[in-house]
Structures are given as C-alpha cells and as structure tokens.
Ligand binder design. Structure first.
Ligand code: SF4
Length: 126
C-alpha cells in the first residue's frame, strides 16, 4: 500500500500528514496526522489535484477573526504552490475586506490574483 508523507500547508502549525491509498474511502485515500479536517482535505488534494486553485489564509488585523480565507483566481502549478503559500503566510491585511477583493495582484507573475474568499467585518470592539 502506497504511503505519501506531506506537510500540511494550510496553517502555520504544519502537521505531518500520512496519506494512504484506501479503496473504501470516498476519495480513494485516507489521511492520518492531521489535527483538523482542513488538513485531511489538503492531503487528499495533494495527491489528487497536483495543479489547482490554491486556497489558504492571510493574517487579518482589526477584524472579527484573526485570519482571512483567500483563494487564487486560477490554477497554480504545483512547483509554485510552496512559494505562493509562503507569500500567503507573510501577508497581512486590515478589515474591512469585501468578498472577492484582490489581496495579492498577479502572484509570482503567474497571471492569477489572490482574492478574499469571504468578507471580513471590522471588529467593532476595537
Ligand atoms: S492539519 Fe489542521 S492544524 Fe494541522 S497544519 Fe493542517 S490546517 Fe493546521
């Protein structure tokens, strides 16, 4: 049975994922080592869609949550994914943010933008 070990890149914790072929699982794979469902989904995508729309989170200041979900407007080649996620992890935005607002224009010159996947309200307590 094939096992693939990947570091989860969805959040800075970086859980080590063990992705195993599993014919009885709906996706054809099972994932261990993940601390949350986002890691499981990431692990499955890593082996089923090596080039894809990239999703992640950027730091959010002055918002009602600490991180803003973002996604690319097009497919990112697999060999550029890590660089893009490093940029996500070092990007900080300030609420309010509208859904679909461009957060990073033309990331790495790939011809795709990174946009807000949801709106972020300003934290009224601040
Ligand atoms: S599995 Fe969950 S907690 Fe672990 S790195 Fe991925 S997103 Fe973060």
């Amino acid at each position: 049975m094939n096992k693939i070990i990947k570091k989860c890149k969805v959040c800075p914790i970086g859980c080590e994922l063990i992705i195993t072929e599993n014919k009885s699982a709906p996706s054809g794979y099972s994932v261990e080592g993940n601390s949350c469902n986002r890691g499981r989904d990431f692990g499955i995508k890593e082996v089923t869609e090596p080039s894809r729309i990239l999703t992640g989170r950027v730091l959010l200041e002055n918002g009602h949550m600490s991180r803003l979900p973002v996604k690319t407007t097009g497919v990112v080649p697999k060999d550029k994914v890590e660089e893009c996620l490093e940029i996500f992890n070092s990007t900080e935005v300030t609420a309010p943010i509208k859904r679909g607002e461009v957060i990073i224009k033309n990331i790495l010159g790939l011809g795709v933008d990174v946009v807000a996947a949801r709106k972020a309200l300003q934290n009224s307590a601040m």
